[in-house]
Design a protein around this ligand. Structure first.
Ligand SMILES: [Zn+2]
Length: 531
């Protein structure tokens, strides 16, 4: 049976850019557009030329890509001709393959927000689609507030959609702009639209205000829509847009969809999905959502002992899809609840094969339990666990010694009379016979220590150049200033690999230092640095 083509439209760079705290530079936009293109997205909506200088310069030149590069903008303003509307003229000049217009389709908005008539709103849709077609662009129309509009006055909402379709718009996109529509309503309304406009010209644009943007997208597809609009990691205003990172694997891996539909994302590209998702977080300088479906660090993590022994024998017992298909990995959490099977499976994954009756397995498990009793949490720190295991099995090269370190924090009054806090760290290392002393200043004591520690590792320096700290988390266990501090550090390297290390101490600097050291040593092991 031949499969039907379903199209993916990404608006991370336009709707996603509306997210609180997100500010893409031109370079960010170009990087993300390339990621989306390599992933196999059909349409990349890169912005709103004319609305801000970055979007205007994005579309000022041709950006060759396989995906159809789409510019977003408004239909002609009411009461003006298309050629007399500077916004529309600018949009038509944008170097884009497609233009996605947004227009009102709710009579209430036409009256209150646009202060015009329903007839003029429809005429504006017709004129705009026509001029963009004449300019050789593929045209899409986002029908804003379509579902609310349809509930209020179905005839008008449909007339807006029909006007675009009749003028030759390739896609009429039904938007749940407020994000409050429920899946069964989406399915019914999209079904009614598809009775008039062929589904392979109908798209869905869902927002996540009831946490059902993904479900609403699938409801629309079931009712006939053949284009899904969404963003990477569900980025978007308020609660976000439909998350393409969840939608794509469902389309590819769930037989109900996979047998029926074909999308532009290959199996090979699907295998890079987790990396694409993390790349966006990194660019936004955010910690990745550990619990994100398919791509989160915990998406395929199992903790309890009995589940773990079953999962080792037969992964399908506790996994709905194979983690490798989306570029993720199975993780058996090693913790004080863990049994031997977790430890064995984890050693196997790391590549430290060991006989299951080797007494060192129990010794390692005891060590983990002892350390967890004083505050370590190895289930959250895969790299520190690996180092612990390697040390116990005699498989950890000895790279260097820290002879001493010294960190100070000093507050002084600047020339302008402002209080200024500066930190300085000195680290004394011994690498082989070489003694190295590094001094660095930092924003805070941990930053200063990190910079000093990584400044000069002598012959090992070249192995850690791509190392980067991506997240730093501190937790005070059992309260008060006498309490124990747990530090978790997430690191990444030039290959896009990520790992987490841990440190525990009554002293926050000491705990941070342990976690920083583990991260560096792990990177050296990973890079195959010689002892
Ligand atoms: Zn939107």
């Amino acid at each position: 049976m031949s499969r039907e083509r379903l199209y993916l439209f990404d608006t991370t760079l336009r709707d996603g850019a509306q997210t609180n705290g997100v500010d893409f530079t031109l370079a960010d936009k170009l990087t993300i557009a390339r990621l989306l293109d390599e992933l196999g997205i059909d349409y990349v909506e890169a912005g709103y030329p004319g609305a801000n200088p970055i979007d205007t310069s994005f579309f000022a030149e041709r950006r060759p890509m396989r995906a159809r590069l789409t510019a977003f903008g408004m239909t002609r303003r009411p009461g003006r001709s298309a050629s007399n509307d500077p916004g529309l003229v600018g949009l038509l000049d944008a170097q884009a393959d497609a233009i996605c217009f947004v227009a009102k389709s709710w009579d209430y908005h036409v009256r209150v927000a646009l202060e015009t008539t329903e007839e003029e709103n429809i005429a504006s849709i017709r004129d705009s689609v026509r001029v963009a077609k004449a300019k050789g662009r593929e045209v899409l129309l986002d029908c804003e507030h379509f579902f609310d509009g349809y509930k209020a006055k179905p005839g008008f909402a449909l007339a807006c959609a029909m006007a675009a379709y009749e003028e030759g718009a390739r896609w009429v996109v039904l938007c749940d702009t407020n994000g409050g529509t429920l899946p069964h309503e989406v399915e019914r309304i999209v079904g009614e639209v598809c009775a008039l406009i062929p589904g392979d010209h109908v798209g869905i644009h869902a927002h996540n205000d009831t946490e059902q943007a993904v479900a609403n997208s699938f409801a629309a597809v079931r009712a006939g829509a053949r284009q899904i609009q969404g963003t990477l990691n569900g980025l978007g205003e308020r609660c976000g847009n439909a998350n393409l990172v969840s939608i794509i694997p469902t389309l590819k891996l769930k037989p109900d969809y996979a047998k029926k539909f074909e999308i532009g994302v290959t199996d090979e590209a699907l295998g890079r999905l987790a990396r694409v998702s993390h790349a966006l977080d990194e660019l936004l300088n955010r910690a990745a959502d550990r619990h994100a479906p398919y791509v989160g660090e915990s998406a395929f993590a199992t903790k309890a002992g009995i589940h773990a022994s079953a999962i080792v024998k037969e992964p399908a017992t506790y996994e709905h899809v194979e983690p490798e298909r989306v570029g993720n990995k199975r993780k058996l959490l090693v913790s004080d609840q863990a049994g031997r099977s977790n430890v064995l499976a984890e050693l196997d994954r790391i590549g430290l094969a060991i006989d299951k009756n080797d007494p060192r397995v129990m010794r390692l498990l005891d060590e983990v339990k002892e350390r967890e009793a004083i505050g370590y949490a190895y289930e959250a720190a895969d790299a520190s666990f690996e180092l612990l295991a390697r040390r116990m099995l005699g498989q950890l090269p000895h790279y260097f010694d820290v002879e001493k370190f010294d960190v100070n924090v000093e507050q002084r009054i600047s020339g302008k009379g402002e209080a200024l806090t500066v930190s300085q760290a000195v680290v004394k290392l011994k690498v082989g016979d070489e003694e190295l002393i590094s001094v660095a200043e930092g924003i805070g004591p941990v930053n200063a220590l990190d910079v000093a520690l990584r400044k000069d590792l002598g012959k090992y320096q070249r192995f850690i150049t791509g190392l980067e700290l991506t997240d730093y988390r501190v937790r005070i266990l059992n309260g008060g200033t006498q309490a124990v501090t747990r530090v978790l550090i997430e690191s990444a390297d030039e290959n896009g690999d990520r790992w987490t290390t841990i440190g525990v101490s009554a002293n926050i600097i000491d705990a941070s230092f342990q976690a920083l050291m583990d991260s560096i040593v792990y990177k050296l092991v990973k890079s195959g640095a010689p002892a």
